[in-house]
Design a protein around this ligand. Structure first.
Ligand code: G1P
Length: 276
């Protein structure tokens, strides 16, 4: 099984990041000097993805411009086909993924969400593809542990461990309160999906926030076929959140040899200077 296509929904309005998102797509905000979308597409490219379907909306054309070939210096990125599909109504993540159906067709595909940036030795998408391959091409979601009060921010999974780090799933719940959460394992926006998800998305009823939720359709699919979660290796940032964005910027600055020492000194000097 080869996974060549990745869907990256970027139609969200970025309300958590106002006011800058009035004029700039949140996915174009830089981590040091490199837009978030560049990190996401690079993760896909490192997993052998050849075609990216960007699900866009009004005000997001800059994201497509960003990948214009003449400007792209990175070889991995230059060889990737970027296809933009418009989601012209805000009906949620599940609906955004469904918009990719005419392009994806009958092949398995990856989904990467633009709010989640993950730094890892092996691309997280690649890690999930390997798990899917081990399990006859089954759908796989990446998971990480979150605190109890954070379960209501994510899709949360429940299941039983079949090998270290891999769970066979029987529950996927969108943004449950801690008391309703099947575990503390959350999906930070990385999925390997099979095309049968599209039928569920097409017939899905709105869920949390009155939106078509990908998690709800995955729960329905998990009743019909085996589906897995994998605790990936990697450092994840919620780059769609103000603090997570700051954290990611400091992290990537400190990874740059030319900025590392000054960035570290800056953080400790500022902490001292602003002590109250
Ligand atoms: C979406 C998904 C949720 C997932 C999260 C990861 O929620 O619906 O299942 O855990 O992304 O970032 P959103 O953050 O768009 O509300």
């Amino acid at each position: 099984m080869e996974i060549k296509t990745a869907v990256i929904p970027v139609a969200g309005r970025g309300t958590r990041f106002l006011p800058v998102t009035r004029v700039v797509a949140k996915e174009l905000l830089p981590l040091v000097d490199t837009p978030i979308i560049h990190h996401i597409v690079l993760e896909a490219a490192r997993a052998g993805i050849e075609r990216i379907v960007l699900i866009t909306s009004k005000g997001k054309t800059g994201l497509v411009d960003y990948f214009d070939t003449e400007q792209v210096e990175d070889d991995l990125l230059r060889n990737i086909d970027i296809i933009a599909v418009r989601q012209n109504v805000a009906r949620g993540l599940g609906h955004a993924v469904l918009c990719a159906r005419p392009i994806v067709g009958n092949e398995p595909f990856a989904v990467l969400l633009g709010d989640d940036v993950i730094d890892s030795k092996v691309s997280v998408t690649q890690q999930l593809i390997e798990v899917s391959r081990k399990h006859e091409g089954a759908p796989v979601v990446g998971v990480m542990e979150v605190s109890e009060e954070d379960t209501s921010k994510y899709g949360i999974v429940g299941g039983k461990e079949v090998s270290p780090g891999t769970l066979l799933l029987d529950k996927l719940v969108e943004k449950p309160k801690p008391e309703a959460a099947p575990s503390r394992l959350a999906i930070p926006g990385r999925y390997i999906l099979t095309p049968d998800i599209f039928d569920f998305l097409e017939n899905a009823k709105p869920g949390v926030k009155d939106e078509i939720q990908l998690t709800d359709s995955l729960q329905a699919l998990a009743k019909k076929r085996k589906m897995y979660a994998y605790r990936f290796e990697g450092r994840r940032f919620d780059a769609g959140d103000k603090f997570g964005y700051l954290e990611a910027n400091l992290y990537y600055a400190m990874k740059r040899p030319e900025l590392r020492d000054r960035a570290k000194r800056l953080v400790s000097d500022l902490a001292e200077e602003l002590r109250t």
